[in-house]
Ligand binder design. Structure first.
Ligand SMILES: NC(=O)c1ccc[n+]([C@@H]2O[C@H](COP(=O)([O-])OP(=O)(O)OC[C@H]3O[C@@H](n4cnc5c(N)ncnc54)[C@H](O)[C@@H]3O)[C@@H](O)[C@H]2O)c1
Length: 357
């Protein structure tokens, strides 16, 4: 795998400002080297290694955030801004954000609107955040029952990736990151690499730091697309593959299913709908299913939950009018955008997906 020889620094071009993604052997040391006295730390309060990082900051400049999907709201962003303002943050101060995708979304949003822009540095601590969300400039905030409805584009000034952080993740969180990596690989047509990674699924659940080369490839795939379509008007939308069906799974499971596991199931569902609509053969569906299956949660939608699932799908922000906006496939590397009418055919296809599992 030539990608194993990739450098430890990626430079990402952005319409707003270019930024660097740096793989570091010890994030605490890197933060210690880079922060100054005016720096603030916003850190996920659940992390087991907080004290290693907090010692570099003035106590007054540290804010602990309870990172979970229910706290990814305007209300929480507002109270975070209130804390920062009370602590006398200034426009030229820097915020270090340490945590997963939830903390990233919240800090990215706050950094966009506070003083119309405060510099922030992101240290991702989950596999999902290291392999996916740390680049791309997006922040997404939930609004009422709508997931990721609000947001902004505001890249960090720098991303510092320490794969040692991954060692304390739960297997479910590692699966979540694997789901996002898989989706990049399939969109890019890298089926063999996806299969190779999933063949070592058990090993990676115990040794997630060994995923570094796979994280690099994932970021490289995303970088190539976001540098052409950062604002998500065209090609980048193909990365919604698996997300439309997956988001609705996350919602009705009340977020008991992690994001990337739901995306794995969502890709399987998108492939199934593609097969049922004649875009791929049964063989391609099963070939892809066998790659994805170890990452798909054993989750069944019960009959009485169907209206709830369809309602969650109908709220997806990619929908146009009454049709479901989603990404289907003509095979690996051949994803396409389409609109599916919310009709009996779609309903029956989705019901039969769960019947066939
Ligand atoms: N902005 C984007 O481009 C983008 C892209 C993909 C996903 N997302 C969003 O990211 C969110 C999911 O992110 P996530 O999976 O990183 O979830 P998360 O931030 O909620 O973290 C998951 C759990 O792991 C814990 N945790 C984090 N790092 C840890 C570590 N090193 N050791 C032990 N526990 C740790 C957290 O406290 C939390 O309980 C979703 O809200 C999704 O919408 C955003």
């Amino acid at each position: 795998m030539g990608d194993l020889l990739m450098p430890d620094v990626l430079r990402v071009k952005s319409r707003l400002r270019d930024y660097q993604v740096q793989f570091v052997p010890d994030c605490a040391r890197a933060i210690g080297d880079q922060r100054n006295t005016k720096a603030f730390l916003i850190i996920d309060e659940n992390l087991p290694f907080i004290s290693k990082l907090a010692k570099f900051f003035d106590n007054n400049n540290i804010i602990y955030f309870k990172a979970n999907e229910h706290n990814k709201t305007l209300g929480r962003c507002s109270s975070l801004m209130e804390k920062l303002v009370t602590k006398n943050i200034r426009r030229n101060n820097v915020i270090f954000a340490v945590g997963g995708g939830v903390l990233e979304d919240v800090v990215a949003f706050v950094s966009t609107v506070l003083f119309r822009g405060v510099e922030w540095v992101f240290c991702p601590t989950t596999l999902l955040a290291q392999a996916d969300s740390c680049i791309g400039s997006k922040s997404s905030i939930n609004f009422g029952s709508y997931k990721n409805l609000l947001g902004s584009f505001n890249p960090p000034a720098k991303v510092l990736i320490d794969v040692n952080f991954l060692k304390s993740l739960s297997p479910q969180q590692i699966k979540s990151g694997l789901g996002e990596i898989l989706h990049f690989y399939l969109v890019a047509g890298k089926v063999k690499l996806a299969a190779r990674m999933m063949a070592q699924h058990k090993f990676f659940l115990k040794n997630p730091a060994a995923l570094k080369p796979f994280i690099l490839v994932s970021l490289k795939i995303k970088k190539a697309v976001i540098e052409k379509d950062e604002l998500d008007r065209g090609e980048r939308q193909l990365f919604n593959y698996g997300h439309t069906f997956g988001h609705a799974i996350e919602t009705i499971s009340n977020y008991r299913i992690s994001h990337g596991e739901a995306v794995s199931m969502g890709m399987d569902m998108a492939n199934y709908v593609s097969w049922q609509n004649g875009y791929i053969s049964e063989k391609i569906f099963w070939d892809l299913h066998h790659i994805l299956e170890r990452n798909i949660p054993a989750y069944q939608i019960k009959a009485k939950q169907w209206p709830q699932y369809l309602q969650a799908l109908s709220k997806d922000k990619k929908n146009i009018g009454t049709a479901l906006g989603c990404i289907l496939t003509r095979g690996p590397g051949k994803m396409f955008r389409t609109q599916l009418p919310f009709d009996d055919h779609l309903n029956k296809t989705l019901v039969s997906y769960f019947g066939n599992r």
